[in-house]
Design a protein around this ligand. Structure first.
Ligand code: SAM
Length: 311
């Protein structure tokens, strides 16, 4: 299957990075390599790019797509949370900019074999970005306790009928395991009252929730942003694109923490915490995609872009 992905807010991300022709950049979420390609093109002839992706297919596709820039990029099939190990291995102490375009690529969603899509039918539940390790959606759906399933659906999916869906999953799996995306969609569909099914596909929120759980998308995200900031040169930029409110809240809060000086009790006469502000937030409000982009690419609707600069 061809690797297709629309790079969200491409121009906004690239200008946010404030590219320099001899800079070193980190793209933690390589995906279809759309942003990476532009970083390499616009930093010719000597800019460097280090990129990571959990998905082997993304790495394979990018090796081909970025071939014309051979010698200026290195790709790692690993979690961007391992940025320290990756940069250490490259002998790079500090970088000029980093980009995270969080979540899944259209390729992952559209490739039905990967089990991410509620539109596919007889596909085994999987949803792992890295198919070589970790728990799959099958294990989550078939082994998690009812209360944990309900929690995930409610918190990660903001699904109103989380309890009912979890209860019905547990009843069905007492008889036989829930193996496919189609079986799960049917259970979700009959757990939601008809009048609440008007806004989009009834399984959309639960599938998003399971995907976040399977790939541990929110775990350690805040700490990882702090690590990336440590690796930025003074004046270096971090650009983060999020696609749902939970992710965006973590990014917003982490940036606020990093921008805050002393956190001592106001009644203390002198600072004892020693905390110093590390960044300047360049987007007081997140940037959203233009109407024209949203028309071209529906996924851009929910995107929020936040940019900071190391001070
Ligand atoms: C939205 S796509 C990125 C698209 C890319 N910016 C482009 O222009 O084509 C997100 C990609 O990040 C990868 N990904 C998500 N979380 C990751 C993580 N923690 N570590 C490494 N890769 C991750 C996914 O596998 C997916 O390929």
């Amino acid at each position: 299957m061809k690797f297709v992905h629309y790079s969200v807010m491409k121009e906004e991300c690239l200008s946010g990075l404030d590219l320099k022709s001899d800079g070193i950049y980190f793209d933690g979420t390589l995906g279809g390599a759309g942003h990476s390609y532009e970083i390499l093109k616009r930093t010719a002839p000597s800019g460097r790019l280090i990129a990571t992706d959990l998905d082997k297919d993304a790495i394979k596709n990018a090796e081909e797509k970025l071939r014309e820039f051979d010698g200026r990029f290195k790709l790692y099939n690993t979690n961007f949370k391992n940025i320290d190990q990756v940069l250490d291995e490259e002998g790079i102490a500090q970088i000029d900019g980093a980009l995270l375009d969080l979540g899944v690529s259209s390729y992952q969603l559209d490739n039905r074999e990967r089990g991410f899509s509620y539109l596919s039918d007889e596909i085994r539940l999987d949803m792992r970005m890295d198919q070589s390790s970790g728990k799959s959606a099958w294990e989550v759906v078939n082994y998690y306790e009812k209360s944990k399933l309900a929690y995930i659906f409610s918190v990660y999916g903001e699904e109103k009928f989380a309890d009912n869906i979890a209860k019905n999953i547990c009843e069905v799996r007492k008889i036989k395991p829930i193996d496919t995306t189609g079986e799960l969609v049917k259970i979700i569909d009959r757990s939601i009252p008809y009048k609440f099914k008007q806004n989009g596909h009834p399984a959309k929120k639960v599938f998003q929730a399971i995907r976040i759980e399977v790939n541990e998308e929110l775990d350690g995200l805040g700490d990882c942003l702090k690590n990336i900031v440590k690796r930025l040169k003074k004046g270096g930029r971090l650009v983060v694109l999020t696609f749902h409110s939970l992710e965006d809240r973590i990014v917003k809060q982490t940036f606020k923490d990093l921008e805050t000086d002393c956190i001592c009790d106001k009644r203390f006469p002198v600072c004892v915490c020693g905390k110093k502000r590390e960044i300047k937030i360049l987007t007081k409000k997140p940037i959203e995609a233009s109407a024209a982009e949203c028309e071209e690419n529906t996924r851009s609707h929910s995107a929020k872009l936040r940019i900071i600069e190391k001070i």
